[in-house]
Design a protein around this ligand. Structure first.
Ligand code: AMP
Length: 113
């Protein structure tokens, strides 16, 4: 999608700090980190959010989750980490390209919402 921020980051048109990439996935550091490690995992193919998971291939969805685990290991998050995907206005999704936040490196609150 030509007007999508994360598509532009994947294409290298907007700079990012890359953490991981493979055939299906691109991952980079969040520009406003909420934890010592805060990485965004995005599929290369454009999907607006997890609500559109039915239109994605199993391979793409699985690659996103595998990438989260690989990044957590790469970042040394041996004591745990959190994966979040905000979906739609109630969840305050601000970028309309499916992404998974990988957060870790500190003790997080036990509140989910
Ligand atoms: P969400 O609010 O769940 O849609 O998450 C979008 C995330 O994208 C936020 O945590 C932002 O800080 C992050 N973000 C926005 N622009 C950039 C950028 N240019 N590079 C890295 N992260 C970004």
């Amino acid at each position: 999608m030509s007007d999508c921020l994360f598509c532009k980051i994947i294409a290298g048109e907007i700079p990012s700090t890359k953490v991981y990439e493979d055939e299906q996935v691109f991952a980079f550091r969040d520009i406003h980190p909420m934890a010592p490690t805060h990485v965004l995992v995005v599929p290369r193919t454009h999907l607006a959010s997890l609500a559109e998971a039915g239109s994605a291939t199993d391979a793409v969805l699985a690659a996103c989750l595998r990438a989260c685990a690989k990044i957590a290991a790469q970042e040394g998050l041996t004591n745990g980490f959190r994966v979040v995907s905000n979906c739609g206005p109630d969840a305050c999704q601000s970028v309309q390209h499916l992404h998974f936040h990988v957060l870790g490196g500190k003790q997080m609150s036990d509140g989910m919402a």
